[in-house]
Design a protein around this ligand. Structure first.
Ligand SMILES: [Zn+2]
Ligand SMILES: [Zn+2]
Length: 389
């Protein structure tokens, strides 16, 4: 069995040899000195980091969480901090936040280790293991996204995690997508629980948002209106359900937020929330991801569709959207490209506008408008009164 671990031991021995060659006889554990031999039988990971570096300060608490989880699980792992702090004082302060070991502060040794492990930016996390991942693999990003799941930090493990996310996104098994963390239900604004199994076969809108975001609050209002219209239309089988995936800052804010929502939500304590942001790569809120009745993602731009077409967009299938687009195009074919209106001095041009307010009837319009190129003046096509030629 010497084979599989040979490389790991080799890497570890190299590291311990460098320490020995530099006359480093001990590592730090809190305020105590410990022998590097303590690392025997464990996987060693090197952490290059510094207190002055903001991304480092963000990453360290996440790594602490991972470390504690893996220690509890009994994994044989040790992290060794190599400080790139400006001075010993800064190093000591920073190291107090870390539960693992550190190489004593020594600028020369840092430089050598950075060279040895090709560290050109921090934070850098280098597991001394076989199947070593390369820099392009973004191990830091993976740890931020998946936490302890990334252990044992191999390229194979990272590929597995990505494949699992991809499967959840495309394979359409709602119970695996929403119920993976041991919660088999979602909740309503009044605290009622709906089993995930009851949602299978419905079209699902995953609504990513938060109370602190004004665009999110205004989209909540828009979506509520559309949701009710769709519910009225489909009353018999309620074939749509919206599930709120919150990034509210705390439980109180979350409760306040869902109180007025007529749909369901992932419980605040359920880490599925974070998983869903990652799986659908949600970078901005509000976002509405639409999942068809077959469980497959039909659109990640539900927000755009709802804003543009309202309840008409239901059931949000590709065919339905094509139908709506064709109808909009056809409408234009039946209209002139320019008109002269009795109420306005300039010629008005037919234009496609996402949303506008008609200057005659003062109500909202969408899609085609007759607009003035000189002043801010728009009319519904139906509100045009042609000048007598
Ligand atoms: Zn009008
Ligand atoms: Zn004008």
């Amino acid at each position: 069995m010497a084979g599989p671990d040979y490389q790991a031991n080799q890497d570890k021995n190299d590291f311990l040899q460098i320490l020995a060659a530099q006359g480093v006889e001990f590592l730090l554990s809190g305020e105590e000195k410990v022998s590097p031999i303590l690392c025997g039988g464990k996987m060693i990971c090197l952490l290059f980091s510094a207190k002055w570096c903001r991304p480092c300060r963000t990453f360290t608490p996440q790594l602490v969480q991972l470390y504690n989880t893996l220690q509890k699980r009994g994994e044989k792992l040790e992290i060794i901090f190599i400080s790139l702090d400006h001075d010993k004082n800064e190093f000591e302060q920073y190291f107090k936040t870390m539960p693992w070991l550190a190489v004593p502060f020594d600028a020369e040794l840092q430089k050598q280790l950075c060279g040895e492990y090709c560290v050109d930016c921090i934070p850098s996390f280098v597991p001394l293991c076989r199947d070593r991942n390369s820099k392009e693999d973004d191990l830091i990003g993976f740890i931020e996204d998946y936490g302890a799941e990334v252990f044992p930090f191999t390229r194979k493990r990272m590929q597995e995690l990505k494949a699992m996310d991809c499967a959840k996104r495309v394979e359409g098994k709602l119970e695996e997508l929403l119920g993976n963390r041991g919660y088999n239900y979602v909740i309503s604004g009044h605290g009622g629980k709906t089993p995930i199994s009851q949602l299978i076969g419905k079209a699902i809108g995953l609504y990513f948002g938060a109370y602190w975001s004004p665009p999110s609050r205004s989209f909540t209002a828009k979506l509520s209106k559309v949701y009710k219209e769709i519910m009225d239309k489909t009353q018999i089988n309620h074939s749509l359900e919206v599930i709120f995936v919150s990034t509210d800052r705390n439980l109180d804010e979350f409760k306040l937020n869902i109180m007025d929502m007529p749909w369901l939500a992932i419980p605040y304590e359920d880490e599925t929330r974070q998983d869903l942001y990652r799986i659908f790569d949600v970078k901005a809120i509000p976002t509405l991801v639409l999942i068809g009745a077959d469980g497959k993602t039909s659109s990640e731009n539900g927000r755009g569709l709802v804003s543009l077409y309202g309840a008409e967009a239901f059931p949000f299938t590709e065919e339905r959207i094509e139908e709506l687009e064709a109808a909009v195009k056809k409408e234009a074919e039946e209209l002139p490209s320019n008109v002269e209106d009795m109420k306005h001095e300039h010629v008005l041009k037919l234009e496609l506008a996402k949303a506008y307010v008609c200057d005659f009837c003062k109500s909202q319009g969408s899609f085609w408008a007759f607009s003035c190129g000189v002043c801010d003046y728009d009319l519904h096509p139906s509100c045009v009164q042609l000048k007598n030629v």
